[in-house]
Design a protein around this ligand. Structure first.
Ligand code: GLA
Length: 743
């Protein structure tokens, strides 16, 4: 493609630059480089064009003959002057490209043009041959500016991670105005996007729509708690709406814990361009010479057999390679938040330790309200930042509680919200310069609090020390719930100002500061389980899950709502990372609530001492059952059998890797009509057709009898073709089945 012909209206200075670029690009010999990014079943094929620009020429099922890869490019005959530009693998701005760019920069001399041509690439094997890491260096022919594209392809899991590194050797800083992680191109028509919209206690509400011509974007500008309104998770389905067991889909997320942006552009050929990365909103980044700017990762699973396979692959990848201790164990727990809120003392807590041990859970988790003396944390309007035990509530300190819990036979964990401060706190009085706020404007509060400036290394030390001191003083502390309840208003950093760093770095440096702290915590305390919480589900991304063992999906624990939410989270996250608690939300019986909470990591947030004898007996049995099957839920394969969005029922099944055991959870989700029964069998999945299985109902409420005959055996073949009727009805709204191989 000849570049200069596009720019007839430009100033003479620009024409000089563009002509120079064209001349240089023209003089570079076209290399026709073909770079396949391959998993076991899929390929993302990149190829240079006659101007040495890198293009995406094919994304789909793997080809049998790699010798034919180089033919792909020629098969696309775009016929106007935009031909071949939309599929650029990392689209620059300011030269030949007039569509949405992946990268936009202003060079040290003020010139806003960028061209990127192929320079070199290499591929290395990783993870015992299960992954390849390909890095491709693209360079501007005029400026000493380069971008390296990274693609890590996980073979067995058919998962790809994509990110970018940007660097330069110009005389002064270069301003990065846009810096995407990935720029994908799909030469596929009729693409459906499922995105997720959130509110507090209403997280992960899906919307699916066919993408139409033009640009559709999803983003967050909230700074912290970035997923409060929208989520960086997505499903793209090609040719038809996303289906569980058929169709081509890609499903994933941008793994970044701050402002994100996902842009879907259907171009004039009706193909899809997908560009995603940190949200460029208010985030121009001054990159110094020699400095490397690394973007977050786009992570996605690809499948030609629907969302079910894609999720299972993403889950196994996440457990094995991403989540902290993803293949390990988790602690069941009793939390006191909804049982006491801020109103507790040592006596109340030690009584709850006994409840925890009666229930049979592993740990007691002390929630918000344990700290602050000058400004005691007796409500959400004071004390945040003052991480000393409140002397009135806890005269003997945390150490005493850890010991008392131990005496009751349970471990002890604690809640923290270390990134935040209440204006009513000693921390605020002492360190106003540590608080993100506009000095000249009235403060704006979210839940009566403000956010600490994590771009400041002193603040990073302070946050690290909160955790470090707790562990140093209480080495037996077994769990941390790390909360984050406020968004960033009035984004302004006193620290950046003093350092002469532009304020537009604040959103990015905040997140980098958070990652720094977590790196330090994990270097010193590699194993201790930590729950990621953000006023419900405002945070839950794979970058943070490198440091956290689990996350809290929502404060909404009403079990019917929760079935939908857990269903929707399950597209992206394995059950082992989602924490579900039995609480008093809603009107469903205790059994229903407990069964729903068992589809993940089980916890309780009730006063067990107030339960009736039968309820307590039920809970104890359910916890003991849970301990017997948790391995299947945590480490097994998930099959979503009956979709509650489309049926009166929900049915989800977890199958052990060797197919000897499975747990099937079935629920009635519509009780408007009295006559609803489950006439149809539910087709099970993931079993071995040749094995024989027995099905037994578990988690029965005391003195109720199951309607399931557990003496019969069925082949896996029968259970997967004809199915099994769990007999869900208004009298049996929640049915948990254990499927066990019979030898
Ligand atoms: C947030 C969390 C809750 C609880 C409260 C405590 O809202 O989501 O689970 O910890 O904070 O203030």
């Amino acid at each position: 493609m000849f570049v200069s012909s596009y720019f007839t209206n430009y100033s003479s200075k620009s024409i000089f630059w563009f002509s120079l670029i064209s001349l240089i690009s023209f003089q570079l010999k076209a290399q026709n480089v073909v770079i396949p990014i391959e998993t076991d079943k899929h390929i993302l094929l990149l190829q240079t064009d006659e101007d040495n620009r890198l293009m995406t020429t094919y994304f789909g099922a793997r080809l049998n003959t790699s010798g034919e890869y180089s033919e792909a490019q020629e098969m696309f005959q775009f016929d106007d002057s935009n031909a071949g530009i939309y599929n650029c693998a990392y689209t620059p701005a300011g030269t030949w490209n007039l569509s949405e760019p992946a990268i936009q920069v202003v060079h040290a001399d003020g010139n806003p043009s960028l061209e990127l041509v192929y320079d070199s690439h290499k591929t290395a094997d990783e993870s015992d041959g299960n992954a390849t890491l390909t890095s491709i260096v693209l360079k501007d022919p005029v400026y000493p500016f380069q971008v390296t594209l990274f693609y890590r392809a996980w073979k067995r899991e058919n998962v790809i991670e994509q990110w970018t590194e940007i660097t330069h050797n110009e005389k002064k800083p270069v301003v990065l105005k846009k810096f995407a992680s990935a720029n994908l191109y799909f030469a596929r028509k009729d693409v459906y996007l499922t995105s997720y919209h959130n509110r507090w206690a209403k997280e992960m509400q899906p919307t699916e729509s066919k993408l139409v011509r033009g640009l559709h974007s999803l983003d967050s500008k909230l700074g912290t708690r970035a997923m409060l309104l929208q989520s960086p998770n997505f499903i793209l389905s090609f040719g038809q709406p996303a289906a569980e067991n058929e169709g081509s889909v890609i499903l994933g997320q941008l793994a970044w814990s701050g402002n994100f942006k996902l842009e879907f552009e259907v171009d004039s050929y009706e193909n899809l361009r997908f560009i995603t990365g940190i949200n460029p909103y208010a985030s121009e980044y001054e990159l110094k010479p020699g400095e490397v700017f690394q973007t977050p990762k786009l992570i996605y699973a690809i499948s030609d057999h629907g969302t079910g396979e894609a999720s299972r692959n993403l889950h196994s990848w996440a457990r094995k390679y991403q989540v902290l201790d993803g293949e390990g164990e988790r602690l069941t727990l009793l939390n006191n938040w909804e049982a006491t809120y801020f109103d507790f003392n040592e006596e109340k807590l030690t009584a709850l330790f006994k409840d925890a041990s009666d229930l049979g859970v592993d740990l007691f988790l002390l929630d918000d309200g344990w700290f602050g003396n000058k400004y005691p944390r007796n409500g959400d309007n004071a004390g945040l930042g003052d991480w000393q035990e409140n002397k009135k509530k806890l005269p003997h300190g945390i150490g005493y509680l850890v010991k008392e819990a131990e005496k009751a036979g349970v471990k002890f964990g604690i809640w923290l919200e270390p990134e935040m401060v209440n204006p009513k706190s000693e921390l605020y009085e002492k360190h106003l310069d540590w608080v993100i706020r506009q000095p000249e404007r009235p403060e704006v509060y979210f839940r009566n609090q403000l956010v600490l400036d994590l771009s400041n290394p002193e603040v990073q030390d302070f946050v690290f020390d909160i955790v470090d001191n707790l562990f140093t003083e209480n080495p037996d502390l077994a769990f941390i719930k790390w909360d984050c309840n406020a968004v960033i208003y009035n984004a302004y950093s006193e620290y950046l100002h003093k350092q002469g760093i532009p304020q537009s770095h604040i959103y990015i440096e905040y997140v980098n500061g958070l990652y720094n702290i977590l790196e330090r915590i994990r270097a010193k305390y590699p194993k201790v389980p930590m729950m990621l919480c953000s006023g419900g589900g405002g945070r839950g991304d794979y970058e943070l899950l490198k440091y956290f063992t689990e996350f809290w999906p929502s404060d909404d624990t009403e079990p019917i709502e929760r079935i939908f939410m857990q269903w929707d989270y399950s597209y992206f996250f394995p059950a082992i990372v989602t924490d579900n608690h039995v609480t008093d939300w809603g009107k469903q019986p205790l059994k229903f609530r407990t069964d729903v909470a068992s589809m993940g990591k089980l916890g309780f947030d009730i006063v067990a001492g107030h339960l009736s004898e039968k309820d307590l007996q039920f809970c104890k049995e359910a916890v003991s059952n849970y301990h017997s099957f948790k391995d299947v839920v945590w480490h097994g394969d998930l099959y979503r059998l009956v979709n509650p969005h489309e049926n009166d029922m929900a049915s989800l099944m977890y199958v052990k890797g060797d197919k000897t055991r499975a747990i099937v959870f079935n629920y009635l989700v519509n009780n408007r009509q009295l006559l609803i029964t489950n006439e149809q069998p539910v087709k099970l999945a993931g079993l071995d057709p040749g094995k024989k299985y027995r099905i037994r109902e578990i988690n029965l409420y005391p003195e109720t009898k199951s309607t399931i005959n557990s003496n019969k055996t069925y082949s896996g073949d029968f259970l997967m073709k004809v199915g099994f009727n769990p007999d869900v009805s208004l009298r049996r709204t929640s049915v948990v089945l254990e499927v066990t191989e019979v030898n």
